[in-house]
Design a protein around this ligand. Structure first.
Ligand code: NI
Length: 230
């Protein structure tokens, strides 16, 4: 399932984040690409302990915790701190699938500190007319999705999907992305739960019989009980 979240950040938050990112200390993205992806990835990124990245990361974390669409679609168990990237002058990131497991920051224990990357989220910090290229291309079951959203908007997609960022041939593309471990690891199951949740919310809006709403809500929770791994 691929969903977009318009206005994850409001205009003022987006403007402040963007201003901070423009003055941040960008480093060569190849340093963290791993030996397989080094030739694929030519962008720049912020160090994981960069103060600007940490500050925006905290804002994103707060926003996501109370965002109904993200909560309903992702069913987040744990979220890794966001990373930040910048593409310009032909920089790109070729087709790849992200690593399945990442160590959460500060984690000491070998197994418990690992987080499974069930879901990827990209947040845009440049508007589409500010740069040429720089589309996020995601292969999903229905073919290739080309994503280029206004600043402050986000796209949420399965961590298992093949994806790339096309070369930025004019202007600068600022973005952020982060991985989420979901309570429900299977994308198909998460999609069914989201569809059911959306349908229940609609029934409530149109004033449906509360007894039917309660029955369907019960089914939702029983499926979540069956499928979730807290
Ligand atoms: Ni990736």
């Amino acid at each position: 399932m691929l969903i977009t979240i318009p206005d994850l950040l409001n205009a003022e938050q987006t403007r402040q984040c963007r201003q901070a990112l423009e003055s941040a200390a960008w480093t060569d993205g190849r340093q963290t690409a791993g030996h397989v992806a080094t030739h694929l990835k030519t962008n720049r990124q912020l160090a994981l302990d960069d103060p600007i990245g940490l500050r925006i990361g905290e804002l994103l974390a707060q926003t996501l915790r109370r965002h109904p669409v993200f909560q309903s679609a992702a069913l987040p168990a744990r979220i890794l701190p966001p990373r930040f990237n910048r593409y310009e002058g032909g920089e790109h990131y070729g087709f790849h699938i992200d690593n399945a497991l990442f160590r959460a920051p500060g984690a000491e224990a070998p197994a418990s500190g690992l987080l499974r990357t069930d879901i990827s989220t990209t947040v845009f910090f440049s508007d589409p007319d500010e740069y040429e290229g720089g589309e996020l291309i995601i292969q999903d079951t229905y073919g290739e999705q080309r994503v280029k959203l206004p600043a402050g908007h986000a796209v949420v997609y399965p961590g298992s999907s093949l994806h790339r960022v096309t070369p930025v041939t004019r202007g600068v593309r600022y973005g952020s992305f982060f991985w989420t471990q979901s309570l429900v690891r299977d994308d198909g199951r998460r999609t069914l739960l989201l569809q059911q949740d959306v349908a229940i919310q609609r029934l409530i809006q149109v004033g449906a019989d509360p007894e039917i709403v309660a029955q369907l809500t019960g089914v939702y929770h029983n499926l979540l009980r069956m499928w979730s791994e807290p």
